[in-house]
Write a protein that binds this ligand. Structure first.
Ligand SMILES: [Zn+2]
Length: 113
């Protein structure tokens, strides 16, 4: 088994889930399934729902970017290495924060800045 293979698989599954969710969200935001109702009050509610859906979609897209970043690192053999100092990031940290590209010391330094 390759190093980080479990995380790799986990990220691929998560990416697929997010892709599906984003597709579903953008379909409902565009009212492909349900056309806009004529009633004005209902339209306002639907527009509000669209905003919520959009926010969810943005969160999903943001996570996708992080997943793709982590996947690229895994494929390049650079995963689990601190972006800042080159130290190995402890696997326990990666399990909790699979998108982390900083070791604990550098993350704390960055948070303190
Ligand atoms: Zn570091």
């Amino acid at each position: 088994m390759k190093k980080y293979e479990a995380i790799h698989q986990q990220l691929l599954i998560r990416r697929e889930e997010l892709n599906q969710r984003i597709k579903k969200l953008s379909n409902s935001a565009r009212h492909i399934d349900e056309p806009l109702t004529a009633d004005f009050a209902e339209q306002a509610v639907e527009r509000q729902n669209d905003e919520v859906l959009e926010a969810l979609g943005d969160a999903g897209r943001h996570e996708l970017v992080q997943i793709n970043h982590a996947l690229a690192h895994i494929e390049a053999g650079e995963y689990g290495i601190c972006d800042s100092c080159g130290a190995t990031i402890p696997p326990a940290r990666l399990e909790i924060l699979p998108f982390s590209d900083l070791c604990v010391a550098c993350a704390e330094k960055q948070a303190a800045e």
